[in-house]
Design a protein around this ligand. Structure first.
Ligand SMILES: Nc1nc2c(c(=O)[nH]1)N[C@H]1C(S)=C(S)[C@@H](COP(=O)(O)O)O[C@H]1N2
Ligand SMILES: [Mo]
Length: 323
């Protein structure tokens, strides 16, 4: 078998607590090897992903979609790559193994509890939640803090539509999100690589921004387990770790909620995590990125290219401090 050394494929974050492996050389090699790993990845056999088509999907023909940032004109990453190069520590810390580890994940009976500072808190059955708004195709760039990126044709609707349903009280300043905790169905949760559940958060104005997406599909099909079935968050101007997968709870809150990677390594991951080529992660430059499917690296764009739409949210903030 074409076995790839763990030093090349394990996300560098994983090394954070494995002091025995904390060697600068390994970390540097790991970041630099993304391209090499990716080229080999194409030779790794991959299982077929079965999903069903999303009914009534409004596609990119929607007028104004490009100027709104809803439809990046970049070439989309292949379905194969989007579904076989994943970060989802609940299943595996090996990006190439998430697909197989998650293949049997069952989201039947899924519910999402939306509450906190809400006039009308509600536990939504998934099908009820999906009916809140017609799914739209949104082609977004996705930039992981590890230095790689993709272009993904998501299907979903703006999170603001769901939040409006529960009548947020004026005291709401932030929104907190939680992933399912179930070590039977998410075997990675038997390991202490992260504190479970995975939690994330947004400021209320970020959560209400039209680009902020609740995604239930990609490439016009239901979300495969490895990409966060049945429902996940996508915030295209922020690093990928903000895009929490397999959400079961959304809570409106008054103060900044804790977030998984910030808790784990506060000097490395901030709450805001806006893509910023001028603020390096302590272990990786953020100036460039490898677009999966391309050779070489391309410059990383401020706010991942969504500055026109979102820079105003951060007027007067020190972007360097708020990494
Ligand atoms: N629950 C949960 N959500 C998660 C993660 C995770 O490990 N667990 N990984 C994050 C990271 S680091 C990235 S880059 C994106 C990857 O999404 P994708 O695999 O669909 O491309 O998911 C994010 N959401
Ligand atoms: Mo990431």
């Amino acid at each position: 078998m074409n076995k790839i050394p763990a030093s090349e494929i394990t996300a560098p974050e994983v090394y954070f607590n494995r002091r025995n492996f904390m060697r600068a050389g390994i970390l540097a090699a790991s970041a630099l090897a993304t391209g090499a790993v990716y080229r080999r990845l194409n030779r790794v056999s991959t299982a077929t992903v079965e999903t069903h088509r999303i009914d009534g999907l409004v596609t990119s023909a929607t007028p104004g979609a490009e100027t709104a940032g809803f439809h990046a004109s970049d070439k989309t990453t292949t379905f194969e790559d989007i579904t076989h190069y994943n970060n989802f520590y609940e299943f595996s810390t090996d990006k190439q193994e998430v697909a197989d580890a998650a293949a049997k994940f069952e989201s039947k009976g899924w519910q999402v509890a939306v509450g906190g500072l809400a006039g009308k808190p509600k536990v939504f059955d998934l099908d009820e939640l999906l009916k809140i708004s017609t799914p739209e195709e949104r082609v977004y760039r996705m930039r992981c803090v590890e230095g790689w990126s993709m272009v993904i044709p998501w299907a979903g609707f703006s999170l603001s539509r769901l939040l409006a349903r529960v009548d947020p009280l004026s005291a709401t300043k932030y929104v907190a999100f939680e992933t399912l905790v179930d070590a039977q169905r998410m075997p990675g949760q038997r390991k202490g690589v992260l504190d479970w559940p995975y939690v994330e958060g947004l400021r209320m104005d970020e959560a209400m921004h039209p680009l902020t997406l609740l995604a239930s599909g990609l490439y016009g099909r239901a979300l495969p387990p490895q990409d966060g079935a049945p429902i996940r968050l996508v915030v295209p101007w922020k690093y990928g770790f903000k895009g929490i997968k397999s959400i079961v709870k959304i809570t409106l809150v008054a103060t900044e909620p804790p977030t998984t990677w910030n808790r784990r390594a506060p000097n490395e991951y901030g709450f805001y995590a806006n893509v910023n080529p001028q603020v390096d992660h302590p272990r990786w430059s953020q100036a460039t990125e490898q677009r999966i499917g391309e050779t070489g690296r391309r410059p990383t764009l401020m706010f991942n290219g969504y500055g026109e739409q979102v820079a105003g949210l951060y007027a007067g903030m020190d972007l360097r401090a708020n990494f």
